[in-house]
Design a protein around this ligand. Structure first.
Ligand code: ADP
Ligand code: MG
Length: 846
């Protein structure tokens, strides 16, 4: 039975109400609260029963046939919602807005919140280490603006991105955005990619929020950015009915404040997950995360994904790590204190958008309880963090919240004795009910002298005074007792005092629960008004935790503090790849990497399995660690500040987009070549391998030449094409290095040691023999190899001519004033006024 096909007028009042509400939420699964259950009807019921593996039943709704229905108990609804949301559904939660006892007609109902992939905040769905973002992306034809929020922590950020699809996609994937809100004019192909290839939830919404939450965007100057924030919060506030009072004002992110890494680089270097298993374990983040709080872990991840370019900011982190090294006792104390801090950010998120309970408050209280100690440590360390310890919130929670509360907030046992007089009286009545009755009975016996008098209780009459027939005469009128019931051998009365007490006792329980709930809400409201400053505290704690973690790593893994230079000079002594070092059961062989100003490219040759890829990754990781403010795995390091890292490592077919290895390879190479500057780092690992030998080799050489002449950025280029090593002779900025191997009695040992110069052998046949290939096959391979080697010696001279040929084709590298001037302009940062001035100056220069 379909919802749209039933006749509205035939329906029962409740089902009419359902249809009225459902009209506004046609695309959401409507969880409709009926007593202790949420019920889903019609198509929603069918979907839910299928996805949640629940029985589909029916409900009488005034029609001849029962309406399809599926129900879940209200107290265990969260896992069901999470499951549906993770499958890409949106869930609208419709509650009873008044107590069914209080209303004589239909209970009022209404949707209180919509939950979608980007806005679930129940803990079952959230990973403590990651932010969960929902974003608005607006396309302004010449740039994209992206505004992203994590509802669970209250963070809100906005940035503009150049109008390039790959860049936009890279940002979305690097941030791990789960849901995007777009306008109707958005590129259809991109929508397809987001949805189909990357499983990102896409919603279309045209409107922007008016007259509400101005505080979230009024700090921004650019109208585009403002619009994007308002577009996102319209969706959150109007469509999903979220309370955003815990949101921080939007923070503008400038992409070029950070080392740029596209999504391939992040994956290839296994910064946050491994390539093969897509797991956090064995990633760089896994290695360096020694945080004591999940807020710290999230902060560290943000740092790793956004290494800095400002020398002073980087040095500031180094300095703090140094301080921790010197003050290791204070550092340990700080870490112990941080260990007691819960996820304050997520508690704040729950407070406005989720089901916060009294246990969350206890976690908050315990967290705040350690702040005075943390503040003291910070002062001793001479860190100038303005840490607010929120004594007033701590004090309130300490006075108000009961130590052992239940998970629900509608069963009482939330509030401590001594916090509220009325509540204490009610509790006394409840627990005192029995004592009161006994005392009352004794008192009556004494005042009336009736020895057989008893006070009892039954369901029909409530509390009564019972006097046996023989003593009824002693019940005088002055007592003002009222006869209620006559039994064979006794009479039962009630008295005004007993009546009054009875009302109190019987109502006490109900009132206690209601009052505790109200008091709980008052506490919540009080804290809600202080949320933003509470979030500032959380921010400081997460930063402290992340810094401590970096310091612990530096010690545990013997990292050193790098020096930073502005002379394009790389000097790493005894560098290591920290993850390989940690995970491998072999002794790690450290390696230097020296590239002074005059060297741009190291051309790396060496047998398979010798350590070329590891060496390249090692350099990138050392640079990323250095710029995120961490010490680095080496005995000495002097590094330039890099603006962008590009990598092409490993032969991974982009399975999702279905492109061949070679196509992906060329796209990544193009991306690097078109976007790299003299301050960038490029890693090309066996580029060109995906096509026929001469084809690949020619491309590889052309690319190398292009980089060396036109970009001149630091480049590591590993290759099996030994012919390329000849380039060293023609380009003073290309240098050959190789990874050494030792050949003994026909077998080879990998030394993993980098040496200068090229190897002339690739030992491919040795590796094949290690892999257990048949002897006869290997012999034949050696024969063929000998033949080719003879041939190539004959051809050597012609090869060199070829190199020359290619070089002459290259255009001269262009450097003129105008170009330099244009290069300096950062379009995303200039104001319209400055743009006019620039235009004027450009004309002058011509
Ligand atoms: P290639 O790229 O030359 O084929 P890899 O860089 O993939 O080689 O390294 C192959 C293996 O050798 C790695 O998995 C690692 O275990 C080991 N290895 C590489 N470099 C080192 C090193 N410096 N010290 C110890 N083991 C290393
Ligand atoms: Mg390799």
């Amino acid at each position: 039975m379909k919802r749209n096909e039933v006749n509205y007028n035939d329906l029962s009042p409740m089902m009419k109400q359902y249809i009225d509400i459902k009209k506004d939420y046609p695309n959401e699964l409507l969880f409709y609260r009926v007593g202790d259950f949420y019920e889903l009807f019609f198509e929603d019921g069918e979907i839910a029963s299928r996805e949640l593996e629940l029985t589909l039943t029916g409900k009488n709704a005034g029609l001849s046939e029962r309406v399809p229905m599926c129900g879940v108990p209200f107290h265990s609804v969260n896992p069901y919602i999470e499951k549906l949301v993770s499958k890409g559904y949106k869930v609208a939660i419709c509650e009873q807005l008044e107590d069914s006892k209080d209303s004589k007609s239909m209970v009022k109902r209404g949707v209180i919140q919509v939950v979608s992939k980007g806005t679930v905040i129940e803990s079952g769905f959230l990973n403590e280490f990651d932010n969960h973002y929902i974003a608005s992306i607006l396309d302004f034809s010449y740039l994209y603006v992206i505004c992203y929020a994590d509802i669970s922590t209250g963070s809100l950020s906005v940035m503009s991105i150049p109008h390039q699809k790959e860049k936009l996609l890279s940002e979305i994937l690097n941030l791990g955005i789960l849901e995007v809100i777009l306008k109707d004019n958005f590129d259809v192909e991109l929508i397809g990619l987001l949805k189909g290839n990357y499983g990102i939830e896409v919603s279309i919404s045209e409107n922007i929020l008016e007259n509400q939450y101005q505080n979230l965007y009024e700090n921004l100057e650019d109208e585009h950015l403002k619009e994007s924030v308002r577009h996102l919060i319209y969706y959150l506030v109007v469509r999903e009915l979220k309370d955003l009072s815990h949101m921080n004002p939007a923070k503008q992110i400038f992409l070029d404040d950070y080392l740029e890494m596209d999504v391939h680089t992040v994956r290839n270097l296994e910064l946050i997950e491994t390539l093969r298993l897509k797991e956090r374990t064995y990633s760089l983040l896994w290695l360096i995360d020694k945080c004591k709080t999940s807020m710290g872990s999230r902060k560290l991840k943000q740092w790793l994904m956004n290494p800095l370019k400002d020398k002073n900011l980087i040095m500031d982190r180094y300095n703090k790590i140094d301080i921790f090294h010197n003050e290791f006792i204070l550092k340990d104390k700080l870490r112990n204190a941080l260990y007691k801090v819960y996820d304050i950010e997520r508690i704040c998120g729950k407070l406005t958008c989720g089901n916060l309970n009294a246990r969350d408050f206890l976690q908050l209280k315990n967290s705040l309880g350690t702040l005075p100690e943390i503040k003291e440590i910070c002062e001793e360390l001479k860190f100038d963090y303005p840490l607010n310890t929120h004594p007033e919130i701590y004090d309130l929670l300490e006075r108000a919240i009961y130590e052992n509360p239940p998970v629900t907030i509608k069963e009482g046992y939330l509030i401590k004795t001594g916090y509220n007089e009325e509540l204490d009286e009610l509790k006394e009545v409840r627990s005192g009910g029995k004592t009161f009755i006994a005392d009352f009975e004794a008192k009556l016996k004494e005042t009336t002298g009736i020895k057989t008098l008893k006070v009892g209780y039954n369901k029909v009459f409530g509390y009564y005074i019972e006097v046996s027939k023989g003593q009824v005469s002693q019940v005088s009128d002055e007592l003002h007792w009222e006869r209620r019931q006559t039994l064979t051998n006794c009479e039962r009365y009630i008295s005004p005092e007993l009546k009054e007490k009875e009302a109190l006792i019987l109502n006490a329980e109900e009132k206690i629960i209601e009052l505790e709930y109200q008091l709980f809400l008052e506490v919540k409201q009080y804290i809600k008004e202080k949320l933003l400053s509470l979030l500032d505290t959380a921010e400081i704690l997460s930063e402290l935790d992340a810094l401590c973690s970096l310091s612990v790593c530096a010690e545990e893994y013997h990292f050193v503090r790098p020096e930073l230079n502005e002379e394009h000079h790389i000097e790493i002594k005894a560098g290591r790849h920290p993850v390989v070092e940690k995970v491998s059961n072999q002794e790690y062989v450290n390696n230097d990497c020296i590239m002074d100003k005059s060297i741009n490219t190291l051309l790396i040759t060496g047998p398979n399995m010798s350590g070329k890829s590891t060496y390249m990754r090692q350099l990138a990781i050392i640079i990323i660690l250095a710029q995120m403010g961490s010490f680095v795995p080496a005995s000495y390091a002097n590094l330039p500040i890099i603006d962008k890292i590009f990598t092409r490592i490993g032969a991974s077919d982009d399975l999702v987009s279905g492109e061949s290895t070679f196509m992906v390879e060329m796209k990544e190479a193009k991306n690097a070549i078109c976007n790299a500057t003299i301050n960038s780092l490029i890693l090309f690992d066996e580029l060109g391998r995906g096509t026929a030998t001469y084809d690949g080799m020619s491309l590889a050489q052309a690319i190398l030449e292009y980089i060396s002449k036109n970009i001149q950025c630091k480049t590591l280029f590993s290759t099996h094409y030994h012919e390329l090593t000849g380039l060293e002779r023609n380009f003073s900025n290309i240098k050959n290095i190789h990874v050494s191997a030792k050949e003994e009695n026909g077998s080879i040992t990998f030394l993993h040691k980098i040496k200068s110069g090229a190897v002339d052998k690739s030992y491919g046949i040795h590796v094949a023999s290690l892999a257990g290939m048949p002897k006869s096959l290997l012999n034949r391979a050696n024969e063929i190899l000998n033949y080719y080697e003879q041939e190539s010696k004959k051809k050597k001279q012609t090869d060199e001519d070829t190199i020359q040929l290619v070089m002459n084709f290259e255009e001269e590298k262009k450097t003129d004033d105008l170009r330099e001037y244009l290069n300096q302009i950062e379009p995303l940062r200039v104001t319209p006024m400055e743009a006019l001035n620039i235009l004027y100056e450009l004309k002058q220069k011509i």
